[in-house]
Write a protein that binds this ligand. Structure first.
Ligand SMILES: [Zn+2]
Length: 91
């Protein structure tokens, strides 16, 4: 595989599970209401991020836009529903 092909393969992957930096409880993440997005500090200085819409779709991997690290998000099944109700958010 050439490096270009490798890059394309990486970008085409919906969920990469090979580079999990840590597993984080969603309660420990910071919620940005303006963006409907949860953030968590990445060791590179940027932040891991995952949107409510992604969570709703079943995504449990938050990615960092500045490096290749990812975190796995721990939450129970009712979390999202309760969170949306509590914060009066409609997706
Ligand atoms: Zn990073």
């Amino acid at each position: 595989m050439t490096s270009v092909e490798q890059a394309q393969a990486l970008m085409g992957a919906d969920i990469e599970v090979e580079n999990i930096y840590d597993e984080i409880e969603i309660d420990d993440m910071d919620f940005e209401a303006d963006e409907n997005t949860f953030y968590y500090p990445c060791p590179c200085g940027d932040k891991f991020r995952i949107t409510l819409m992604q969570l709703k779709e079943g995504v449990i991997i938050a990615t960092c836009p500045s490096c290749s690290l990812q975190i796995k998000i721990i939450s129970d099944e009712d979390f999202l529903e309760d969170f949306l109700l509590e914060n009066d958010i409609e997706l």
